[in-house]
Design a protein around this ligand. Structure first.
Ligand code: AMP
Length: 418
């Protein structure tokens, strides 16, 4: 018979093994706890959305233009695996009637996103985000609120050395005139820019500001800054966001080159980086206001602000910071029974389960070997069951820490284990 290769995982998509889940769970629990403490409720939107929804919202981003997983389903619908959560959450806000309830709708989501990115350390084709959105209210106080929420989450998981970068990109009132100034500044420099920037100069000049290619860097310093060209409303909002952050004691660095390349983004943009890493590494959290997004999806014009935190990135940074994570035991109690006692062992496990997590070792091997695996599973107690014990509905309870062992009747096990 020809030997077939075992089937391996899909390129760029990884498993999260049980030993990694302890840290992930800590980070996810902190996300949910902090979000709830700010009055945000969990929402779960589908991984599959209409390709249209995703494309309308992100046509000029790499995540959509180059990296979208899309396919036709058996009914001929064009569907996509979501590359981010905001588009779906805004859709659900209207379809689920949250637009009729108290405003803003404060929502969070934790789940997988998909981008056909070049796989490398820290970048995966399936990755996870903690996504927070406040939809329905234009107040800049909400911009500051989501920044504070993101910072609280990162600090709660032990990341205290953070850089917060902040900028505003104006709105549909003041941005068009600013973009003209930016084009006028860059046009004479066009030949000196790299290919993408030459193209973007006319289509999406804001993106010239966050270009990382060395040959484009010398020209940024003298480029006009949007903060000098804001309309009155954007000026007030910008001042308010900073005042609120100042009052909250949140430090930030103004970065005039922090932008978003899509028209529906307005005003505040922000990113959190590990201390000293901005520019060299991926952001831990990226967010901002998107007052034009609902309309881009075909819904009534509705303001919104939020962020996405990368769980893969955050867990990596937390792990690298040497934070101590206590692994969760596979089972607190392991039942070791002699051969032929499966029924009694299952019964004893059921009794113990009232108090603790329990696993039964059904492997046909020596008591010694079973003791070793109970240890590896992190068990605090072992319940030894012989035929004679089972007859009397008794068992030997061994405390793995002290090594002490005593006979206990089945019915007393939960009390002894609690
Ligand atoms: P974005 O949605 O691109 O603004 O990114 C928001 C967060 O998601 C950041 O913290 C990124 O590190 C994270 N992220 C984006 N793409 C990937 C990816 N391919 N793999 C892992 N994390 C990602």
């Amino acid at each position: 018979m020809p030997r077939t290769e075992p089937i391996r995982r899909v390129r760029g998509i990884r498993d999260l093994m049980p030993q990694e889940r302890a840290l992930w769970r800590t980070v996810e629990k902190a996300a949910a706890r902090v979000a709830r403490s700010f009055g945000y409720q969990e929402i779960v939107t589908p991984i599959l959305e209409h390709t249209d929804l995703i494309e309308r919202v992100g046509s000029d981003t790499d995540a959509v233009a180059k990296e979208l997983y899309r396919f036709e389903d058996r009914g001929g619908r064009n569907l996509a695996l979501r590359p981010e959560a905001t588009a779906g959450i805004v859709r659900a806000y209207f379809e689920g009637g949250l637009n009729q309830g108290p405003q803003p709708a404060r929502l969070f989501l934790i789940g997988p996103m998909f981008r056909y990115d070049r796989p490398q350390k820290g970048r995966y084709r399936q990755f996870f985000q903690f996504d927070v959105e406040a939809i329905g209210v234009a107040s800049p106080a909400l911009d500051a609120e989501v920044v504070e929420l993101a910072g609280s989450w990162l600090r709660e998981v032990g990341l205290s050395d953070l850089d917060l970068e902040l900028n505003t990109i104006g709105d549909s009132k003041c941005r068009p005139a600013y973009l003209e100034l930016l084009r006028a500044y860059y046009r004479p420099l066009k030949e000196k820019l790299h290919g993408d920037c030459q193209r973007r100069l006319e289509t999406n000049p804001l993106r010239l500001l966050d270009c990382k290619v060395p040959q484009c860097q010398p020209f940024k310093g003298k480029a006009p800054r949007i903060t000098d060209h804001l309309c009155d409303e954007c000026t007030d909002a910008w001042a308010m966001v900073r005042r609120l952050l100042d009052t909250a004691g949140i430090e930030y660095r103004l970065n005039p080159y922090l932008v978003r390349g899509l028209d529906y983004y307005t005003r505040t943009v922000f990113e959190f980086y590990p201390g000293g890493a901005s520019g060299q590494q991926d952001a831990l959290v990226a967010g901002g206001r998107y007052d034009g997004l609902a309309e881009a999806e075909g819904w009534p014009s509705t303001p919104g602000v939020g962020f996405a935190g990368g769980l893969d990135r955050v867990t990596e940074v937390v792990a690298a910071s040497g934070a101590e994570v206590i692994p969760e035991p596979a089972a607190e109690v392991v039942v070791l029974a002699d051969a032929g006692l499966e029924v009694a062992a299952a019964e004893v496990a059921r009794v113990c389960r009232a108090a603790r997590s329990v696993a039964v070792d059904y492997e046909p091997k020596s008591l010694r070997a079973k003791m070793r695996s109970a240890n590896k599973l992190g068990a605090r107690w072992v319940v030894l069951l012989s035929a004679a014990d089972a007859e009397r509905h008794a068992a030997q309870l061994k405390d793995m820490a002290s090594g002490e062992q005593a006979e206990v009747s089945w019915k007393d096990l939960p009390e002894r284990l609690s």
